[in-house]
Write a protein that binds this ligand. Structure first.
Ligand SMILES: Nc1ncnc2c1ncn2[C@@H]1O[C@H](COP(=O)(O)OP(=O)(O)OP(=O)(O)O)[C@@H](O)[C@H]1O
Length: 483
């Protein structure tokens, strides 16, 4: 049986073998020194001492890899790798530009000391203004040479990535003469990571996982309606629980209230039931729940009118987050009468909710307009694994099939997705995995203090005005009392 310990020592052995291969000259020099020591003294102790000194860095490194791989990566391997990337790029910049067809060759005529005309070759290169490495990414600031456009620079970016053997690359112009290029040198997203127990009260944004650069992936929550699209098994659950779990401490403090709609018999959301102030499992319940939120919108609107333009969540006056698992079950497959009301209420929340502190987070497998008619009302979208380039365009926007190819995500990487950042940049991300016991543990630790009674909101569903649903303290279950 392979244990974590034996795996570590195997990778330490692999590291030592690579070190010996890379340091052949160093080791050969120490062997020669050992032989010289033997020839001059014939003392086995001195020879062993010389050889030990030569091998010491490798042996120390292998022991470090085996006993503390994380600290080795942080203090040794990571900084060393980043130093090598920076050195390689700065030293070979001119050759890289020539190979990437970004340099310009000119033949200039000069006269030598005797006055003879000579034709001399001269190269002009874009200037490498900045090289910065962090995590597994290298960021380059490249200034165009005279007469070169940023479009021409961007045309060479993929060639630079291929020359440097990068995993992916993206670029964006920062002025008419300069672009930034981010090269991802190693694919850290292939390794799944399990989420950790949240301990900080977060409302504005939650940490869902990692970006392809290795940095944390933070998803903005306040002021955004989020649509996450991915086919079956693409890992929508990780995003869902990343959001609900990340907000859980704020839920417990009543700075955030979660409202759950799960028409797939409540199977997904029931796992963390005690995080939700209200929970709908049938189209009728969903209609009541949405009516409740519409009531909150109206009340808040009246209170905020002429005073503030953006709701600031605080305990007792929380951010309301409507979480809908499988939106299609609500908007496409529910009975016609319920669907009509639901679509009207959802459109109301999506158009008015952001400033009033009511946001929607919805999940769906099929992004077609017939299924999600209100796709355009969501203000941020995440594309997990999709079935076709057309679906990628539907989710991320025109021209995104090439820049954020969600249809090419491997089925072996659930939780991996593409998104468009506020800057217009496309990024690949992977959510941390939320196993069932962790979801239960988070729900147990951070239950909501407020439950909403859906029935009080019923009149709005029928088209009339209704008040905010009556709030009541949750009946203390034996389990909750123990918390
Ligand atoms: N972030 C992740 N890292 C690693 N594995 C994951 C991750 N997210 C999900 N998985 C694995 O992928 C499987 C499918 O994930 P999940 O149930 O979340 O998909 P889904 O998109 O919700 O599918 P469906 O729409 O059919 O419910 C999970 O059982 C889990 O084993």
């Amino acid at each position: 049986m392979i244990t974590a310990g034996s795996g570590r020592w195997r990778s330490a052995g692999g590291w030592l073998a690579r070190w010996v291969w890379h340091c052949q000259i160093w080791l050969a020099a120490w062997l020669v020194l050992g032989m010289l020591a033997w020839a001059s003294d014939h003392s086995i102790v001195i020879v062993a001492g010389v050889l030990c000194l030569g091998f010491l860095p490798g042996i120390a490194g292998a022991v470090w890899v085996g006993s503390g791989p994380v600290s080795f990566e942080r203090w040794m391997a990571g900084p060393w790798r980043r130093y090598r990337w920076r050195r390689l790029i700065t030293r070979r910049w001119e050759a890289i530009c020539r190979d990437a067809r970004l340099a310009e060759r000119r033949m200039i005529i000069r006269r030598n000391l005797h006055g003879d005309r000579l034709t001399v070759e001269s190269w002009r290169y874009p200037r490498l203004q900045r090289v910065q490495a962090s995590g597994h990414a290298v960021e380059l600031g490249i200034r165009a040479r005279s007469g070169q456009t940023v479009a021409e620079l961007e045309a060479g970016v993929e060639r630079i990535a291929s020359i440097l053997d990068a995993v992916t690359v993206r670029s964006w112009p920062v002025s008419w003469s300069m672009i930034m290029v981010e090269l991802i040198m190693a694919d850290v997203l292939t390794i799944p990571v399990v989420a950790a127990m949240p301990d900080r009260q977060l409302v504005d944004r939650v940490r869902l996982g990692r970006c392809q650069s290795g940095r944390d992936w933070w998803l903005p929550i306040t002021g955004r309606h989020t649509l996450c699209v991915g086919c079956s098994g693409s890992g929508k659950g990780s995003i869902l629980w990343g959001i609900c779990g990340g907000l859980a401490p704020a839920v417990h403090a009543d700075t955030v209230r979660l409202w759950g709609v799960d028409l797939k018999a409540g199977v997904e959301l029931a796992m963390g039931r005690s995080l939700f102030s209200a929970f709908a499992r049938t189209p009728d319940e969903a209609r009541q729940l949405l009516a409740g939120l519409a009531g909150i919108l109206r009340e808040r609107g009246e209170l905020m009118a002429g005073t503030v333009r953006q709701h600031q969540p605080r305990p007792g006056d929380p951010l309301h987050v409507l979480v809908i698992d499988e939106l299609a079950a609500l908007t496409a497959y529910a009975p016609a009468d319920a669907r009509r009301d639901v679509e009207r209420l959802l459109a109301l929340i999506l158009t008015q909710g952001r400033a009033l502190g009511v946001v929607v987070v919805a999940f769906v497998q099929d992004p077609r307009k017939e299924v999600v008619g209100m796709r355009g009302l969501f203000t941020q979208t995440i594309a997990l694994r999709l079935r076709s380039p057309e679906e990628t365009i539907m989710v991320l926007g025109d021209g995104m099939a090439a820049r954020g190819p969600a249809h090419r995500i491997s089925p072996t990487g659930p939780g991996t997705g593409w998104l468009v950042e506020d800057t217009g940049q496309v990024d690949r991300v992977r959510a941390d995995y939320w196993p069932d016991p962790l979801i239960r543990q988070v729900a147990h630790h951070y239950p909501t203090r407020v439950l909403s009674d859906l029935r009080s909101a019923e009149p709005e569903a029928a088209g009339s005005r209704a008040d905010e649903p009556r709030l009541r303290q949750p009946r203390q279950s034996r389990q909750r009392r123990a918390v």
